[in-house]
Design a protein around this ligand. Structure first.
Ligand SMILES: [Zn+2]
Length: 352
């Protein structure tokens, strides 16, 4: 089996994907037409069939990303967005997804909170029925807004605790450390939400932020966070507590000058529960398989197929699912390993 086929066939979990980042230009055009809205500037700049947005760093990415959200107006739109992503994920043999969404990006422009959550959940229900894929929602707060706005959003979410399994923190990290939201996450934990948090790549004070996330906020997971490689002390705490990292190679390579494959694999080899994910796949032009392939095909990393399976074992292990479901997926991986590797478990990929 060649490498792309191996990655395709590998049962996978996606733990770091933003639903708003799954809005393809094609779907955005459809929704703009359905809602009688003008095309957002990024789409106006593409021709009628253009299938990828244009940006070159984090700042220009955010300048395209937020205006595009104006096409999402009704619960039907949010449902279609969830179905669109889950259909692609299912085609890539992704078995379970934990989907970030940013309610404040919608409530701030007048879309009611229940419209967003009910829409996304309806889409998940439809995809689960049609495809059998497992999925759930994680609500993220926008860290470049106030802690008060985050707290108000948390209050809005309380009637939806049965469909939102956890809370996170995303958007622009500069001058917005985890500690800014300590009270919000303390309340979220009290309400029974699991907690994750973006610690973006190569940010100023990143190790301080990772330390706050682990020790002050007491996160259950960290999104990105691979700069932890520079702190043996934080790695040791991470391992002791079994906290996982959700890394995103392709997006790393676009918003910084490196995809951080070396760090991801080094952390894996040190026993950290690191995983591979797609982040904002409609923008970064890579879903989960492409992200796995990016890592696996890097000539200097010598990633083995056993390690690719291990990355997915980590993902199912740190996923927020029932132990019954986790065991089911882990057994699926064991079977895949037995069928594909047999005695070749330590085979080196490059050149194979
Ligand atoms: Zn992200």
């Amino acid at each position: 089996m060649d490498l792309p086929s191996f990655i395709s066939a590998l049962p996978k979990a996606e733990l770091h994907v933003h639903l708003e980042g799954c809005l393809t230009p094609g779907l955005a055009r459809t929704l703009a037409a359905r809602n009688n809205l003008p095309l957002p500037p990024s789409l106006s700049a593409l021709d009628q069939t253009g299938s990828s947005y244009s940006f070159h760093d984090l700042t220009t990415f955010l300048q395209v990303y937020y205006p595009n959200l104006s096409v999402l107006q009704t619960a039907h739109d949010f449902a279609d967005l969830a179905i669109s992503y889950l259909t692609t994920a299912h085609a890539q043999n992704v078995k379970h997804c934990e989907l970030f969404f940013d309610p404040q990006a919608h409530t701030a422009r007048g879309v009611p909170f229940p419209t967003v959550v009910r829409g996304y959940q309806a889409g998940i229900n439809t995809a689960q029925r049609a495809l059998g894929i497992s999925a759930s929602l994680i609500m993220c707060f926008l860290r470049d807004h106030s802690a008060e706005f985050a707290m108000a959003t948390l209050m809005d979410s309380l009637p939806f605790k049965d469909v939102i399994i956890g809370v996170g923190l995303d958007s622009d990290e500069r001058d917005n450390p985890p500690s800014k939201f300590a009270a919000v996450f303390q309340r979220a934990a009290k309400e029974g939400f699991l907690i994750t948090m973006h610690c973006d790549i190569d940010q100023p004070d990143t190790l301080t932020h990772i330390g706050q996330a682990i020790n002050e906020i007491q996160v259950d997971r960290i999104d990105h966070g691979t700069n932890i490689i520079d702190s043996p002390e934080l790695i040791s705490t991470l391992k002791q507590r079994g906290i996982g990292l959700t890394a995103c190679p392709i997006s790393n390579g676009i918003v910084t000058d490196d995809f951080k494959g070396k760090e991801i694999i080094e952390l894996l080899r040190q026993g950290v529960r690191v995983t591979v994910n797609s982040d904002d796949p409609a923008y970064f032009r890579g879903y989960l398989n492409e992200n796995m392939l990016k890592l696996a095909s890097a000539a200097d990393l010598n990633v083995t197929r056993k390690e690719l399976i291990h990355l997915q074992r980590n993902a199912f292990t740190i996923s927020w699912i029932s132990s019954w479901k986790r065991n089911h997926f882990l057994q699926m991986l064991d079977e895949f390993e037995r069928l594909t590797l047999g005695s070749e478990a330590t085979q080196v990929l490059n050149g194979v």
